[in-house]
Design a protein around this ligand. Sequence first.
Ligand code: ZN
Length: 591
Amino acid sequence: MGVIDEVKQRTDIVEVVSQHTTLTKAGRTFKGLCPFHTEKHPSFFVYPEQQSWHCFGCNTGGDTFSFVMKKQNIDFGEALRLLAQRAGVTIPSRFEPQAEEKEKERLYQVNEAAAQYFHDLLLSSPAGKKARDYVASRGLSLETITNFQLGFSPNKWEALKQHLLEIGYAESVLLEAGLIVETEEGKKHDRFRNRLMFPIHDIRGHTIGFGARALDDSLPKYLNSPQTPTFDKSRSLYGINLAAQAIRQQELAVIVEGYTDVITAHQNGFDNVVASMGTAVTEKQVITLKRLTKNMVLSLDADAAGEEAMLRCVDYENILDAELKVIILPKDKDPDDVIKEDTKNWQHLLEEALPVEKTFDMAVAKLDLSTVRDKSLAVERLLPIVADFKDTIRRDHYLNKIARLTGVSYQRLESVLSGIKSGRRVREPRQEVAAPVVRPILAEPIEEYCLALLLQHPELKAQCPGLLPEYFADTQNREIFVAYMKVKDVKSIKKALDSALHEYIDSLMKKDLPDTQIEKRFVECSLRLQEKFLRSLEAKNAEALALAAESGGTAAEQAMLEELGTEISDQLKEVFAQKRQTGSGAKGVEK
Ligand SMILES: [Zn+2]
């Protein structure tokens, strides 16, 4: 999850606004005197469900970010940092000025040089024969070896080090990249020796680190690069650089565990496969993949299916907002084995993938629930997982499920659960700074779509006069739109915006869009945006009017709201007329 979304999740607009004006609850909303203009009767409203605010006196509104920006008179970046601090969210240093980027670039380069060195040795050195025999025995083709840039690290202490120093890399860079290690006596030597090398890439193809398999009895059998500024094992996915396109096209990602599982899959035409690299899939990996697709299938060992880490995957559905599926491998077999035996078997497993929810059933299936001991064992194992769920609806769903599976009543489970949670809270020292709420993020797909169109088709700027910044409910979208209208060249838009927004802009620039009827699509989507804005305003206005009538608001106040209501409905009529004109009223172009 991006840092902006994390801040949104952990921030409650009612709390933030309450620091500046006294709010009183009125129905589903909160009401107070506007902090931006002087008034005697409250016309300032806060909507917790939408995490937004609106003042009918100054006729402005927005989300938490825009409130803080306006109130403190600061820009988006400053507001983000302020709210992040308040919510206990750390802003990654990569959002701070560029030095870090340059450092990363150096690490990519030295890793790439190392990968090339290892690769050449595997292909042609006499010392690499053992490794060549090994890959041949695994049935890997030359094409596959080249595609994955497999390599061989010789059984020497300083082979790579010498090579990289010779071609001009500094020892400090080698150390930072984790390619060499420093002994207690201060000697520095190669980390990877006598191993088959698997370079690990990020989605853009940068070489970020290595996995390495021992070619003799050395332990560990698999060794990875350490954590570096470019390599975070829990975030990286092996094969993502080669799989990304297929994942997008097929709208499905398959996650396996091992390097060779990925390689064999790709060699046999299953291009949408990536590996979590020897561990259970992590939340960060799911977030990385989510940029490509929401549909994921996890491949699980028959034995691992009940393990806690696997059970935790049920919680990833919250991140995905989609169903996660699992395939259970035949006993003692890897995807590698299954695919080699018969690709049809693998295809069949994929088609029969089960909802991840079934891992609960599988965990319980091994127990004898007629005994009290196993019953409490099941509850002990499953309940802590549910305790971590951020989404209460899903928590309820799973509580019911555990109740069904174990025969323990829902009420009993719930009370055990609150015990688990209060027990945990004591250990969390961050409570006073962190807002305890974690709310679902309200995505604005139309806003994103509209911005992606604009950014990818700068010629559309000429069509924008009708589009107003306030039509974007989300401040980050609004900021981007305002900057877009200001800059001469879209390429320089990042310079005009806080670095925390850069990643998001990149994702908009890369968003898959249809490539026909761009202008028509844009007109339609800006009309939809306007309609969304007006409808939301209409609802807010109606609510304010109802409250004014109830609580005996002044006649002037009611008259103003009524007038505004008429204005909004006139504008809506205008939007509908335009929609009919463009022929988008009934169906519209497929998004
Ligand atoms: Zn106001």
